[in-house]
Design a protein around this ligand. Structure first.
Ligand SMILES: [Zn+2]
Length: 138
């Protein structure tokens, strides 16, 4: 292999790496939280089901279950008992993204959920992979 062959090979590899990065372009909306007494209000809750393309009620149930507190939805907001930091929400949304949205094969966030009898499958719109979803909030 000559030096120029080697350099063009390197360039090709670099190009592939940057392609992979642009494919995984999902950005989680930033969490907007206010507190009222002993309650936490996630002001832009409705942005998350939209961005994640998942069912609003299931995402609310997921947060409620993970925080182990009751939650209710009022318009675009969600209200939780107890005080929570924005980082708590971000952490849970990241886990949700990994467990329920990202394709395990190619990491694309462009996926949809299909239910067959009682099993939920994640169908990837990027690579076509079909994988089972372990949790019940999809
Ligand atoms: Zn995929």
């Amino acid at each position: 292999m000559t030096k120029s062959d080697y350099e063009s090979l390197l360039k090709r590899i670099e190009k592939n790496i940057s392609n992979v990065k642009t494919d995984n372009r999902f950005e989680l909306p930033s969490v907007e939280v206010t507190w009222e007494g002993k309650k936490t209000i996630l002001r832009n809750f409705s942005d998350f089901p939209k961005a994640l393309r998942r069912d609003t009620n299931l995402i609310l149930q997921y947060l409620s279950k993970e925080f182990a507190v009751p939650a209710e939805r009022v318009g675009d907001k969600a209200i939780f008992t107890g005080r929570r930091d924005p980082e708590d929400f971000t952490r849970l949304f990241k886990i949700y993204l990994k467990d329920y949205v990202e394709c395990p094969t190619c990491n694309s966030p462009d996926t949809k959920v299909e239910k067959e009898s009682r099993v939920s499958f994640l169908i990837c719109e990027a690579c076509g992979a079909k994988s089972t979803i372990k949790g019940k909030y999809a």
